[in-house]
Design a protein around this ligand. Structure first.
Ligand code: AMP
Length: 188
């Protein structure tokens, strides 16, 4: 089983590339943001709990995210691989992911980071707000989401560098060029 983490700040293009990678390699694309948004739009108890946190651009609790990931894994036992998009986002989530994978005789195979400068990120997120009406893409919330990334998620880079499974791809350019560079780094 190949467990790929697609890493990067909000707006780096993780979602777009994760879909293409999953399709190409026949793996499951797991976007925790999509899972949470589905819960919110269905008005489930979980959705009601996380709605305001997401609207403000804060992170949902590690406990909830780890529970979600565990059930995703258990429900997809036959998968040949996973593309994780938006998870892990904290050191604690990364450590819990490792523990969970180890329990199933697995590990994170590769972390591919999309590198995009801050100015470009804000531009893309504002455009996405206009086009898709995501209510966590307003200017103030975008700032908050980037702060969360710098405070909680970016430190994961060192965690994965130490494990020798971290690689970067420059995330500005055409979707196809970036996709080809990502694919060149994936050796299942
Ligand atoms: P995304 O679509 O990945 O940008 O996620 C949208 C929002 O969902 C984030 O701003 C968080 O509020 C929440 N979220 C998604 N994934 C996680 C995670 N791994 N940990 C905490 N919160 C998350």
């Amino acid at each position: 089983m190949f467990n790929l983490i697609l890493f990067g700040p909000p707006g780096a293009g993780k979602g777009t590339q994760a879909v293409k990678i999953a399709k190409t390699f026949g793996w499951e694309h797991i976007s925790t943001g999509d899972i949470l948004r589905a819960e919110v739009s269905q008005g489930t108890p979980l959705g009601l709990k996380v709605q305001s946190i997401m609207q403000e651009g804060h992170l949902v609790s590690d406990e909830l995210l780890v529970a979600i990931m565990e059930s995703v894994f258990l429900n997809n036992r036959a998968a040949e691989g996973f593309v994780l998009d938006g998870f892990p986002r904290t050191l604690n989530q990364a450590q819990e992911l490792d523990k969970m994978l180890l329990k199933h005789g697995q590990k994170v195979s590769l972390v591919l980071a999309l590198v995009v400068n801050e100015e470009e990120l804000v531009k893309r997120l504002l455009k996405r707000a206009q086009e898709h009406g995501r209510d966590d893409d307003t200017e103030e919330v975008i700032k908050n989401r980037l702060v969360q990334y710098h405070q909680h998620t970016k430190p994961l880079i060192d965690y994965y560098i130490e494990k020798n499974i971290y690689q970067e791809v420059y995330g500005v350019g055409s979707i196809e060029d970036i996709f080809n560079q990502l694919c060149a780094s994936i050796k299942p």
